[in-house]
Design a protein around this ligand. Sequence first.
Ligand code: BJW
Ligand code: ZN
Length: 247
Amino acid sequence: MRLPGEKVEEARRLLEETRFAGVLTGAGVSAESGVPTFRGKDGLWKQFRAEELATPEAFARDPGLVWEWYRWRRNLIREKEPNPAHRALVELEKRILERGGEFGLITQNVDGLHEKAGSRRVIPIHGNIWEVRCADPACGWKKVDRGELDPLPRCPECGGLARPGVVWFGEALPEEALVEVERILRGCDLFLVAGTSGVVQPAASFAWAARRRGAKVIEVNLVPTPLTQAAHLAFHGPAGEILPRLV
Ligand code: BJW
Ligand code: ZN
């Protein structure tokens, strides 16, 4: 793929000089590993959109249906491997930490592929698809289980329904993740956004917040998004090709 050489040089220079880089990734970064994205035509499961399944209301109405979607996705993701986009972010982290800089990778992805690739400072803001927890927050039971689950998994502590350990629409993001995000947005001098459609809040506002506080913003996506407006430099193409070229 051809990329404008001047822009590539400029991005490389920013990545080489940064003292504190923040990164935000979305489903597009895992697309080349074979994990379906949420929006666009491959984002559909049966006739449903993510907005109709990833909600507490959907789970309350039909937990079996919601679990069927998650079991399908867990089976699809289980054997998937990180791709060159994940590996480029591992390399970027390594280089920045080696020269005494700071790094934080905020991900909306629940697939665990950044961790599998070897990224160490990962902040999963939408949870983890391998975590199963009690649907009753007062009970608090949870565990990580990568295995095949029952159609309607139950909590071994209280016998109530279990649910996936992810963040649905209308739910708050984990407090400790938000604290870390705030630290990154406040401190970073470079913010790299890759493979997200930039429509789900609050993640969609992170690039703007970083820019307001003086960070340079780089976007990598197949297509322009609402976040392209926030970017000083935008690259359009597959993250698995572009990120290795920039890092
Ligand atoms: C490639 C590529 C390649 C493809 N290379 N690129 C303010 C305004 C309006 C609404 C709200 C607001 N604040 C909150 C809301 C409501 C809501 C929201 O944002 N709704 C909008 C849809 C309007 N947000 C929330 O409810 C959030 N909670 C919240 O704000 O709580 C407040 C609160 C406080 C206190 C108490 C209570 C509440 C929670 C949002 C949770 C989102 N959850 C999901 C599901 C996670 C679990 C699961 O996986 O099942 O997260 S939804 C889904 O969307 C998932 C994703 O992480 C998220 C983002 O999607 P992403 O990653 O951007 O993927 P896609 O598919 O959209 O895009 C892929 C992109 O990649 C595309 O652009 C492609 O072009 C690109 N691409 N291949 C490069 N090879
Ligand atoms: Zn329980």
